[in-house]
Design a protein around this ligand. Sequence first.
Ligand SMILES: NC(=O)C1=CN([C@@H]2O[C@H](COP(=O)(O)OP(=O)(O)OC[C@H]3O[C@@H](n4cnc5c(N)ncnc54)[C@H](O)[C@@H]3O)[C@@H](O)[C@H]2O)C=CC1
Ligand SMILES: O=C(O)[C@H]1O[C@H](OP(=O)(O)OP(=O)(O)OC[C@H]2O[C@@H](n3ccc(=O)[nH]c3=O)[C@H](O)[C@@H]2O)[C@H](O)[C@@H](O)[C@@H]1O
Length: 451
Amino acid sequence: MKNIAVVGTGYVGLVTGVCLADLGHHVICIDVDEEKVSHMRKGYSPIYEPQLEGLMKKNIEEGRLTFTTNHAWGIPNMDVIFLAVGTPQQQDGSADLTYVQRAVNDIAQHINRDVIVVNKSTVPVGTNESIQQYFNQHVGELGRVDVVSNPEFLREGSAVYDMFHGDRIIIGAENEGAALLVEELYRRLKLPVVKTDIRSAEMIKYASNAFLATKISFINEISSICEKVGANIEDVAYGMGKDRRIGTQFLQAGIGYGGSCFPKDTNALVQIAGNVEHKFDLLESVIHVNNRQQVLLVKKAKERFGSLHGKRVAMLGLAFKPKTDDIRESASVVVANELIQEGAYVTAYDPIAMPNASKVLNVEFANSTAEALQDADAALIITEWDEFKQLPLSTFSEQMRVPMVFDGRNCYTLEAIQESYLEYHSIGRPVIGEVDLHKFEYTQNYLSEHG
Ligand SMILES: NC(=O)C1=CN([C@@H]2O[C@H](COP(=O)(O)OP(=O)(O)OC[C@H]3O[C@@H](n4cnc5c(N)ncnc54)[C@H](O)[C@@H]3O)[C@@H](O)[C@H]2O)C=CC1
Ligand SMILES: O=C(O)[C@H]1O[C@H](OP(=O)(O)OP(=O)(O)OC[C@H]2O[C@@H](n3ccc(=O)[nH]c3=O)[C@H](O)[C@@H]2O)[C@H](O)[C@@H](O)[C@@H]1O
């Protein structure tokens, strides 16, 4: 069993640290955020992630997992140091390596023996070689550092499951001994290991995310055509996915991909390609299609009502996908801002993402789905939470002024909708149950004139 430090305790760092501790290693998680660290020391997870807190508490109690803000305490005498800091997007789309550079500098200052530095952050091709050079120049006689690229493929919302049941572990290394040692760390997971050179490992990460994003934009394009030719995207995706060469996953048409990774990593790969004078036309289109898809519901609502000025709109779901409170690059942010610009009054509800959303969205927040729907002229479904999928459809017709639903996640079967009193617009499927808007306008005018 090894002594391991994890530098950067966000999604990836925390889940990696907890997983490695659970595999029996001794893990010190280091983060510069003092509040976060004091929270984690008590066994509380700073992120909403199924199973994570239980595993954290267990490994803290069993003495294999500790947290610190102090690199000088956490780095010396380690066998392996994992690097898992953020690589956000810069204005021009490229990856911002500021956090990586700072963390590498922090690590270099405290190394006192031979050590393997394993980078889990998603970084442009060539970055890990630069990190290796930095260590070679700055660590000196105190120890030899071998940098290994070990990109991460976990998904938010199922991060713990993915860590233990991933499809593969990618290990990119120049030094075969270092690659073997990293493989050994994960041995008890019994997952397939792909060993390669550092540059290929870095590229595998970007190419994987870009390919998944491409699948999503592709199916979203097909869904738009389905709407026009009268086909049903659910059946089309199912039929396509049955071909094992295509596969069923990531063919869920919807409001576009969001989150902290697909948007930034697709943009970064366009930049990486551009830097070697390759114009990545396909990926640029994927990004363009996704931007268009994120505003599709607002466009449909606007077309249906003529104008959204003064309309009360309920937004159901703010997280970029269910089972997370993360709203980074979520379609909800784009949708809310578009609605406000159109002059609509927006009330939003999300089972867990409202605290994060309230920091960036200037909308009203409701305490429940029913409260958000009250007297609404339209409901826009942004995230496919089970809570919305299991909602009796009568809730919409009972609470809303106009029972008009624009579902960006195809939460309901058309059969169920046919039995309801809703006008229902979804993605890549026919519109069901058109209501007479004049009737509702008349009632509203009558009520406002007669109290
Ligand atoms: N979020 C995800 O689901 C996945 C993220 N990735 C990649 O992993 C990397 C990390 O992503 P997240 O975990 O989402 O990042 P994050 O932004 O949630 O967390 C990064 C953490 O690093 C800490 N930090 C920054 N500089 C530090 C330093 N010098 N020393 C110690 N701590 C420091 C920050 O305080 C923060 O807590 C990124 O490159 C991302 O693209 C890869 C796969 C999945
Ligand atoms: O590099 C990363 O950070 C991670 O990015 C994604 O994980 P994540 O962003 O957590 O979530 P996904 O489940 O991939 O969903 C991303 C977005 O695509 C959307 N999506 C996904 C699948 C689908 O069929 N349709 C669709 O619209 C989701 O709603 C969500 O907005 C990848 O799936 C992970 O393998 C990767 O490690």
